[in-house]
Design a protein around this ligand. Structure first.
Ligand code: HEM
Length: 330
């Protein structure tokens, strides 16, 4: 067996061993209302800003891909290892920090107070994992069980964030390498890319595609160019999923993202390459077609890939800590 496949197998074994230490009943005694408080906090945030659901989903992804799901992404500038918030894929882009901080306060207020962990019970990493799930559900997407008991890191890693968060100019080989390195299959990677059925991207992340790539729908490109000129307007926003529903429903979690790829209406380069992708992974085109023709297939693959994501190298037992404030180590 090639050494890369061997390490993926080892990674998967490790992930399932670690997830065995997480449990869906972890807070049943110490904080029985934790889950309902998180759900209420997400619902309130999404009611005042529907995009927040997308932002919370992305926050969990960017947490888990760097040092595992340990809330390292939430730490502020003074953290050992630097500030992941300042990494290339995060700076000026990640949102939702204040929502998580508010949920943390609301949750702790209803927990039984222990003498350890500075009196804190529910980890910021668990809040991120549950909030991501509740955000997807709030916009009509699938649900999945989130196992609990992750602990928070005392350090972050801006270097690892810069290395491990996939940039939008990657082709299928690069995307596959990035996700396979974390133990995800090609199908997982395509399903997770379907997270782009919600949320927005900034002009600077899709300008090159608009003006230089041949495989983009002309009407779609013309519309986008109005708000994303050749220079300037770097932070102007466009929906990642130009929804096909009438009237349009860009805030709904559905499989339109994949239907759009079939008509060359992917916003990011890294999204459109999943369709009409060339070697080594032309196989992604078939996966896109499968998800475009069956929302149920997409939902099921997305949910199982999110479970894998939430189980990436959590700190458990006496590792790490339960932070009192999510942006600062205790
Ligand atoms: C496959 C590799 C991926 C790449 C290259 C990528 C890249 C990006 C980029 C460039 C943006 C726009 C950021 C901005 O302009 O401010 C974005 C937004 C977003 N991404 Fe990804 N992403 C990937 C995978 C994922 C995954 C796995 C998820 C979750 C399952 C996800 C969820 C989101 C969401 C929901 C947004 C919108 C956030 C908001 O509106 O605040 N992405 N992504």
């Amino acid at each position: 067996m090639a050494s890369s496949s061997l390490s993926v197998v080892l990674l998967l074994c490790l992930a399932s061993a670690v997830s065995a230490q997480l449990s869906s009943t972890y807070y049943d005694k110490s904080c029985p209302s934790a889950l309902s408080k998180i759900q209420a906090g997400v619902a309130a945030a999404v009611a005042s800003d529907r995009r927040m659901a997308a932002s919370l989903l992305r926050l969990h992804f960017h947490d888990c891909f760097v040092q595992g799901c340990d809330a390292s992404v939430l730490l502020n500038e003074t953290s050992v290892g630097g500030n992941e918030r300042g990494a290339f894929g995060n700076v000026g882009s990640l949102r939702g920090f204040e929502v998580i901080e508010q949920i943390k306060k609301d949750v702790e207020a209803v927990c039984k107070k222990p003498y350890s962990n500075n009196g804190s019970v529910v980890s910021c990493a668990d809040i991120l994992a549950v909030a991501a799930r509740d955000s997807v559900v709030a916009l009509g997407g699938p649900s999945w069980e989130v196992k609990l008991g992750r602990r928070d890191s005392t350090t972050a890693s801006v270097a690892q964030a810069n290395q491990d968060l996939p940039p939008p100019f990657l082709d299928v080989a690069g995307l596959n390498a990035s996700f396979a390195g974390k133990g995800f299959s090609l199908t997982d990677m395509v399903a997770l890319s379907g997270g782009h059925t919600i949320g927005m991207a900034q002009c600077q992340n899709f300008r090159n595609r608009l003006y230089n790539e041949p495989n983009i729908n002309t009407t779609y490109a013309t519309k986008l160019k109005l708000n994303c000129p050749t220079s300037g307007g770097n932070t102007n926003l466009a929906p990642l999923d130009d929804d096909t529903a009438t009237p349009p429903n860009p805030d709904l979690f559905n499989n339109d993202f994949f239907i759009n790829l079939q008509s060359e209406k992917g916003l990011l380069h890294s999204d459109q390459v999943l369709y009409n992708a060339t070697a080594p992974a032309g196989a992604t085109e078939g996966i896109v077609n499968g998800f475009a023709s069956s929302q149920a297939a997409f939902f099921s693959a997305f949910a199982s890939a999110m479970v894998k994501m939430a189980n990436l190298s959590p700190l458990t037992g006496s590792q790490g800590q339960v932070r009192t404030v999510c942006s600062i180590p205790n």
